[in-house]
Design a protein around this ligand. Structure first.
Ligand SMILES: CC(C)(COP(=O)(O)OP(=O)(O)OC[C@H]1O[C@@H](n2cnc3c(N)ncnc32)[C@H](O)[C@@H]1OP(=O)(O)O)[C@@H](O)C(=O)NCCC(=O)NCCS
Length: 194
């Protein structure tokens, strides 16, 4: 895993995750319906405003789901969804996207905070991500963040006439802690820790 992944650089000090609120809904629907985001989701058709509002209402009363907005330097830049949160087993799935046109590096910043949320406040032991085989950026992204591919779910996803494999990745709390400690040591050693 890259030493840059978990390092706390000065330009990321104002990054944060916060709960999705009603005022975010219009913007989030625009991002979610952008062609480049829809194309890599299980549900690739356009979501209507009514469906979006109903999803938000369900979210408020579902303890197995949490949706967070990623603010980068105070500006909304992406979305993180934790789903199938199982407090007993300490497992959950996650999904995410950055806003169309987000600066390079935004995904890594979002991912780093999402992992800290998963293994900190959410107290998970294992975080699972499912990625369409055609989504090269996300396959690489998961590996960059230290996730390991555990299974290939063959022909798991059908969208119209297209059938494709889904790659299931997971990251454990223990590996995340190890990687974070190694990055902190590397940065302390290189003098970047001040
Ligand atoms: C996946 C996603 C969040 C990455 O965000 P990003 O801002 O591009 O991420 P970064 O610039 O921090 O890049 C992180 C890593 O992702 C991978 N990556 C990002 N864009 C890539 C691309 N176009 N091609 C291949 N790999 C890419 C690389 O491994 C990259 O690390 P590197 O620059 O050190 O090689 C973003 O592309 C996105 O929102 N995609 C649409 C939604 C999506 O795919 N969600 C996940 C569904 S499983």
């Amino acid at each position: 895993m890259s030493a840059a992944v978990y390092a706390m650089a000065s330009d990321t000090l104002r990054d944060r995750l916060r709960p999705l609120c009603e005022a975010d809904l219009e913007q989030v629907l625009m991002w979610r319906n952008a062609p480049e985001v829809r194309a890599v989701m299980y549900t690739s058709r356009e979501i209507t405003p009514a469906e979006h509002a109903a999803w938000f209402a369900r979210l408020q009363r579902d303890p197995t789901k949490r949706t967070l907005i990623f603010d980068a330097d105070g500006e909304p830049m992406g979305v993180v969804n934790f789903t199938r949160i199982d407090a007993a087993s300490g497992e959950a799935h996650w999904g995410f996207y950055v806003r169309p046109g987000a600066p390079k590096g935004s995904g890594t910043r979002l991912g780093r905070l999402a992992l800290a949320e998963a293994f900190g406040p959410l107290s998970l032991n294992r975080l699972i991500g499912e990625v369409l085989a055609s989504n090269e950026a996300s396959l690489r992204f998961h590996r960059k963040l230290g996730s390991e591919r555990e299974h290939i779910l063959r022909a798991h996803h059908r969208d119209g006439d297209t059938v494709q494999d889904v790659h299931e990745f997971s990251l454990t709390r223990a590996s995340w802690l190890r990687a974070r400690a190694a990055d902190e040591r590397a940065h302390a050693f290189s003098g970047d820790a001040s």
